[in-house]
Write a new protein. Structure first.
Length: 205
């Protein structure tokens, strides 16, 4: 998993509450277990017409936001079914940070396991960042995870809270497998001791 330290990028505004996981990645795309290739299907029902052509009014289809790395949205983002494909699709599109007043718990935790930083802020601060995000190509924000700050295009700064353990995992690029591999030496020592103490458990059958 890629480390998340400081992100400087375009922020796209999606001023909508209750953006559920089926809106983020519709169910027909859930057949794959690959984490890549889902970016094209992100928000597909909002991004595309029935004939596959783009809806020009959808924010991520607008030229200024095609390279967005930050998404500012409404309350209860990521609600609905607990599909891990939702953060996969966001990440594959290029979104590394989502800012909203609140998140569904499972989606929130899945973000951290996939290298995405979800930031929950009071509504008035989200409103300010939403206004900043509506500046089009000038909607650049800097998210500093170590300092726990968001700097807007006008230089204003907002602080955010984050669980220290989740922060550690993102800063060091540690998903569940990475956390396990940090204990590789202890695991190897245990297995060697087990072979000595209970050799019959590893004896050839």
């Amino acid at each position: 998993m890629d480390k998340f330290t400081t992100l400087d990028g375009i922020a796209a505004p999606l001023p909508q509450i209750n953006v559920d996981t089926d809106m983020i990645i519709p169910k027909q795309y859930l057949k794959t277990i690959q984490r890549t290739g889902l970016g094209v299907a992100l928000f597909s029902e909002m991004r595309y017409n029935d004939d596959g052509s783009e809806k020009p009014d959808f924010v991520l289809n607008k030229p200024a936001y095609r390279e967005a790395e930050i998404l500012v949205s409404g309350d209860n983002f990521g609600c609905g079914s607990s599909r891990e494909h939702a953060p996969w699709a966001l990440l594959d599109f290029g979104i590394r940070c989502v800012i909203a007043p609140s998140f569904a718990d499972i989606f929130y935790n899945n973000c951290f396991k996939n290298g995405i930083l979800p930031i929950a802020l009071p509504q008035e601060q989200v409103d300010k960042l939403m206004d900043d995000a509506e500046r089009g190509a000038n909607a650049r924000m800097t998210v500093d995870l170590e300092a726990q700050t968001i700097r807007g295009p006008d230089g204003g700064m907002i602080a955010f809270e984050i669980d220290p353990f989740k922060k550690h995992c993102l800063l060091n690029g540690l998903d569940d497998i990475g956390l396990t591999m940090e204990k590789e030496q202890s695991i190897s020592d245990f297995e060697a001791k087990r072979r000595d103490v209970t050799p019959w458990l590893t004896a050839a059958g």
